[in-house]
Design a protein around this ligand. Structure first.
Ligand code: F6P
Length: 411
């Protein structure tokens, strides 16, 4: 009899994170060294509270792969420093892991979740019979270092590129001056904003303005650009990051935000589009509308990219293989071999080099009038957005999904 494996998800969701979960469950079921496969509900927070389900006999893989959001639920939880070895949460986790005879713990998440992987692997280091702790990356933000990209980004990029294209079609119909401002997620990194620029980077002229969070935002310069564009086109379309900051590092429109932060100290964003809408209305006075793509960009499974889901699944499998090799404190990473034809391989990297770090859009890709930058961005993003995904519909034509959240807890 082998040891048991537990998997959980954490941080913000994506259209590909359940594909990674499917990869983990499938590989664990096939592995002779793994006895039972458990799922922790609501990440590490739920695990320490004993919210654990038994996934050993799960078989609905195709539908799980095509399910958006997180079938195991999520949390945003920051563990105490490892020096506080006797902290209550560490005591609970040891107890739970011992009770369920856990030999392997896989955590699917972004930079904050990799902090959990880092801390738990350090906590257990050197202990006899300690669980192997491995990280599997995900985030639509695509802001993890040490990996070419993260599962979830390709699908969100496809959604943004396609949706921007549709918005551009819609805004072209009237011949009256109008400004449309589309707000895109991504906190400090502009990878998603670049994806919203794909209609322009693939031969079109819009979005007319693309504002990355890496570039200090100047409201007067924005107004100048809008006025200038309006002289040549009746319809100005702008793609702006939710995380725009001014030259002093303050979030644009921050006076209108709640100021609330999560446990990692991240400000709850959203609202910059509305703020800029007010600015244009006041200063220019033409028709203006803001669109906040909000959750749709991370849960729109109907536009998920086949490549993204394939890779998500492969990373999940690779996570189990790394765990079985005993690679504790490591994260699975993608290494790109070529853009066209697209090829990549997987490897493991030290999770300590990923935890709490952010990979921003590189300097060389921030000048979007530079044809070299545009070529590089296009070649980087395009392969990740390819391929359709089968949809699982019921007799009403509605999609059906998998969730483990209401499963009975294992004892
Ligand atoms: O972590 C990805 C992300 O979608 C960010 O782009 C966004 O700022 C954040 O999560 C929102 O998180 P929440 O849904 O917890 O408010």
């Amino acid at each position: 009899m082998g040891k048991n494996l537990i998997v959980a998800q954490s941080g913000g969701p994506s259209a590909a994170i359940n594909a990674t979960l499917a990869g983990v469950i499938a590989a664990a079921q096939e592995a002779g060294a793994v006895d039972r496969v458990y799922g922790g509900l609501h990440g590490i927070e739920g695990i320490q509270a004993g919210k654990i389900v038994d996934l050993t006999g799960f078989a609905d893989f195709a539908r799980l792969r095509a399910t958006p959001a997180m079938a195991l639920g999520s949390c945003r939880c920051k563990l105490p420093p490892v020096t506080e070895r006797d902290a209550e949460i560490y005591r609970r986790l040891r107890e739970i892991f011992a009770h369920f005879d856990i030999g392997y713990f896989l955590y699917i998440g972004g930079n904050d979740s990799m902090d959990t992987v880092d801390k738990l692997s350090s906590l257990f280091a050197g202990e006899a019979d300690a669980p192997v702790v491995v990280g599997v990356p995900k985030t639509i933000d695509n802001d993890l270092p040490m990996t070419d990209h993260t599962p979830g980004y390709g699908s969100a990029a496809r959604y943004l590129a396609v949706t921007m294209d549709e918005i551009i079609q819609d805004t072209a119909i009237y011949n009256v001056p109008a400004v449309t401002i589309v707000e895109v997620m991504g906190r400090n990194a502009g990878w998603l904003t670049l994806a919203a620029g794909m209609p322009r980077f693939t031969g079109g002229t819009k979005p007319d303005i693309i504002a990355l969070p890496e570039v200090p935002f100047d409201e007067n310069e924005f107004l100048r650009q809008v006025r200038e564009k309006l002289r040549h086109t009746p319809n100005v379309v702008a793609a702006v990051s939710e995380g725009l900051r001014d030259g002093n590092g303050a979030y644009v429109g921050s006076s209108a935000k709640s100021g609330a932060v999560d446990v990692f100290g991240h400000t709850y964003l959203s609202g910059v589009g509305k703020y800029l809408e007010g600015l244009v209305k006041r200063e220019i006075g033409c028709k203006v509308r803001s669109i906040e793509l909000n959750l749709m960009q991370r849960c729109s499974a109907h536009l998920a990219a086949g490549v993204d889901l394939e890779e998500g699944f492969a990373l999940g499998r690779a996570g189990v293989e790394a765990a079985l090799r005993g690679e504790t404190g490591r994260m699975i990473a993608v290494e790109r071999i070529s853009d066209s034809p697209y090829a990549m391989r997987l490897r493991t990297v030290a999770v300590s080099e990923v935890a709490n770090q952010e990979q921003l859009v590189p300097e060389k890709w921030r000048d979007l009038d530079d044809p070299e930058a545009v070529r590089g961005i296009r070649n980087y993003i395009l392969p990740l957005m390819q391929g359709d995904v089968p949809q699982f519909r019921n007799e009403f034509g509605m999609n059906t999904y998998v969730s483990f959240l209401n499963w009975k807890y294992a004892e």
